[in-house]
Design a protein around this ligand. Sequence first.
Ligand SMILES: [Zn+2]
Ligand SMILES: [Zn+2]
Length: 427
Amino acid sequence: MVRVFQIQYIVTIAEKSISFKVEHQCPQCGAPVILGEDTLFFVCEFCRVRSCISQKGFSRYMFSPSEKTSSDAHIIYLPYWRFKGVRYTCTLKGVEHKFLDISCLAMGEPRKNIPISLGFRSQALPLKLVSAKTNGSFLRPSGYEQTLLNMNKKFTSDNKNVFQENIGETSSLIYSPFYIKNGHLLDGILNKPVGTIDENSFDLDRADTCRPEKETLFIPGLCPSCGWDLEGNLDSLVLVCRNCESLWSARGKQLARIKFGCARPVNDEDVLLPFWKISADISIIDLKSYSDLIKFGNLPQVPLPGSDKQSISFWAPAFKIRPKIFLRLITQLAILQPKDDFKKQLTKHTLHAVNFPSSEAIESIKVTLGALMKPATKYLPKLDEVKVTPKAIKLIYLPFESKSHDLYHPQLGVSINKNSLKLSENL
Ligand SMILES: [Zn+2]
Ligand SMILES: [Zn+2]
């Protein structure tokens, strides 16, 4: 049956992302499962049961204290937000990008003597999920938005002619172990003091603590509508039921149905790549119809009759891809506005995994604007204040021709190198 192929596919990807290890436990049989950090879906090697991982808010992981840490030390786990993604900077000359992998203490204001970031630890040490058996106190993190805002303040300039947006591929919370000994705070991985401890800053009786494992849920990887095995990669945000042709995504304790459309492929070998199609209200800039877009981007297109009534959508890849190609796709799809004759049916074609969240696709709309605007001197100073209010979002599969080295879309005139698509899975 098809299933054999699906499992082989999953294993190949697991070997690729071995550098970011997380220890899981199969919720069905309890067998240990070591998977990549971004794992959201897996098939247990022992009992073959499929499971989806759902996180309340963000993924939560921890580092174990070192073996040298005294077993009677009371471990205090301090929370750090980790952001992995790309920063796009819109300038008068165009859009630039830079990779980011940053972590930041999630305790509101920076605290004296407590390391402000995790440094290279998140790349070097294995991450674990917190289990009910993990002893210690876990401090409740301050809001991600607030921490990210503080983090951004450090980087952004007051220059009105620069607009920056961080578009994330992974946002997670990592707990790092510390303990107190003789009035000193010690790092539980290095077993070295990081400084003296102000008594008031570590009153655990008053500190707000939580149990992170209660916020990681496992959901059976079965179609809620027909019971069929769902298909997906390890990092798939959207799971596919080929039996009743439906798409699902973990939301809290259950799987929620995803609205989708699929353009008809021309050739048998075509590969269907997923995109988020978003309609949104844009404040400040007059951008309601296609003729508005032609004016905004000073596009060479001749406005056809009715283009002042033709509504526009924004598009973003729903898969991880290098920033250069990401940027090209969001701009070209906005200009092309693929027509809406998408069917709610899946064909037998290969579906590329959805591993880029819709929330980040919404954030990319302002980068699309930054890439299209002409003249930049007119719009760039306003871009920071522009509000994007999404109205509808849908997953659309577009067919790409499979050439020997590339996937090619003739109308878009975009080709994506197959190797770069593979490499990007691990960005
Ligand atoms: Zn199992
Ligand atoms: Zn189904």
